[in-house]
Design a protein around this ligand. Structure first.
Ligand code: AMP
Length: 193
């Protein structure tokens, strides 16, 4: 940091979801304690899909964040597909699947990353991400940011630029946003816990 000033990075975004939408989502998303392992507060988004109107409002909110700013959406397996494809269709841009190792046929581009115990790998089909494209990386929830960070590296190594990250939910205690700041992209979540 020069002159004690903050670096000029667009790490956050001034857009905010309406309080009405946030309240509806808070009343709909279920918190399940100690799932899948003790200590985790699992956010179950599946009740959103029982309410088509609420789903539509969520898509409108996420679309408003990305409108006019992106050339393609990369969705992270698997819950990143639930909203990601609808965002891409609304903006009439391509949707690219980022999948866990072993699910997509070759040719592939891969990225390894560390988990708390061991490591994992994510992949896209080679040629689907084009050089110079402005990419939105989307997932349902930002926790530690480990998977999203690996997704951003995977996009960058194909010559495209990560310009935005969006999530329905951000878990602020896990500091995922801190981890994504170095990509110098806008970050948005509809609601936060
Ligand atoms: P991370 O790489 O730690 O940011 O984890 C993000 C991924 O794990 C997302 O795709 C979520 O679907 C899932 N996830 C992590 N924590 C939770 C949680 N508390 N509730 C629901 N899903 C979660």
């Amino acid at each position: 940091m020069e002159n004690g000033k903050s670096p000029a990075i667009k790490s956050t975004n001034s857009k905010m979801a309406s309080q009405e939408l946030i309240s509806k989502l808070e009343n709909t998303i279920e918190n399940i304690a100690d799932f899948p392992i003790p200590g985790i507060q699992f956010k179950d988004i599946s009740p959103i899909f029982l309410d088509p109107q609420l789903y539509e409002e969520v898509i409108e909110d996420l679309v408003a964040f990305s409108k006019g700013k992106i050339d393609a959406v990369c969705g992270i397996e698997s819950r990143g597909y639930l909203f990601g494809i609808a965002i891409a269709v609304a903006l009439q841009v391509p949707f690219i699947l980022i999948r866990k190792k072993g699910k997509l046929p070759p040719p592939l581009v891969s990225e390894k990353y560390d988990l708390e115990y061991g490591s994992a790998e994510i992949e896209t089909r080679k040629g689907q991400i084009k050089k110079g494209q402005r990419i939105l990386i989307h997932d349902d929830l930002l926790a530690t940011g480990g998977t999203t960070e690996a997704a951003a590296k995977l996009v960058k190594k194909q010559g495209a630029k990560v310009v935005q990250f969006s999530f329905l939910i951000g878990l602020k205690d896990l500091k995922g946003e801190e981890r994504l700041k170095r990509f110098n992209a806008e970050i948005y979540h509809t609601l936060e816990y």
